[in-house]
Ligand binder design. Structure first.
Ligand code: HEM
Length: 179
């Protein structure tokens, strides 16, 4: 997992819960990196999982809810870091349908070692999109947060339903309807 995911996560934890919480979750985890991340580095996903688990225990907030809020913050980071990628799109449904064949393809060019999910489009109309998320990281709520923010970016909203195709969340169907 790319360092930018860790640095932005820890910044958000500091902003929402304070520096003490950052120190607590780092010291409760067993981290090869020792909790020192650079944006361009690459670190084990298991480090993120430990940080999330400890944050969840210490705050009593479910991991999925933490991922949802984190994704909303991360979207703003992506928007600032890659304005050109977003500027290609005029419509949120077109943009979300293009993650697999365009957006993440570009990401892979910037970070060849990025660990990205796959999104398979099953059905698309002007106002709806059905796609299947697959990733061993089961970060579907991170995807949900990014999707919500994508609609917001285009001054729009949507109703998004998640249907787990595998109990462990490694395969999830997203049913997206523009409001
Ligand atoms: C992960 C870039 C848009 C879904 C990531 C990562 C980067 C990235 C750098 C981390 C990879 C790693 O740590 O190795 C971008 C950029 C975008 C964009 C530059 C737009 C300009 C989106 C959108 C979605 C999405 C709109 C909506 C569903 C995800 C998910 C992950 C991810 C779910 C977590 C990894 C996983 O589940 O396996 N993306 N992304 N991305 N992205 Fe994107």
């Amino acid at each position: 997992m790319k360092g930018i995911v860790f640095t932005e996560f820890l910044d958000l934890v500091e902003a929402k819960f304070g520096l003490e919480m950052v120190d607590t979750i780092i010291s409760q985890s067993e981290l090869e990196s020792e909790g020192i991340y650079t944006a361009v580095g690459t670190y084990k996903f298991s480090e993120m999982l430990q940080l999330l688990q400890h944050l969840s225990t210490n705050t009593n907030i479910e991991i999925d809810d933490l991922l949802l809020v984190y994704a909303e913050h991360f979207f703003d980071v992506l928007k600032q870091s890659y304005p050109g990628l977003l500027a290609t799109y005029k419509d949120p449904i077109d943009m979300l349908a293009s993650i697999e064949n365009h957006i993440h393809v570009e990401v892979r060019k910037i970070y060849p070692d990025a660990e990205l999910p796959t999104f398979e489009v099953l059905d698309k109309t002007d106002n709806s999109l059905v796609m299947v998320y697959k990733s061993s990281r089961a970060m579907h709520h991170f995807g949900l947060g990014l999707m919500n923010k994508t609609f917001e970016h285009f001054d729009s909203t949507a109703t998004i339903e998640l249907e787990k195709m595998k109990e462990d969340g490694t395969e999830v169907k997203f049913i997206i309807n523009r409001n």
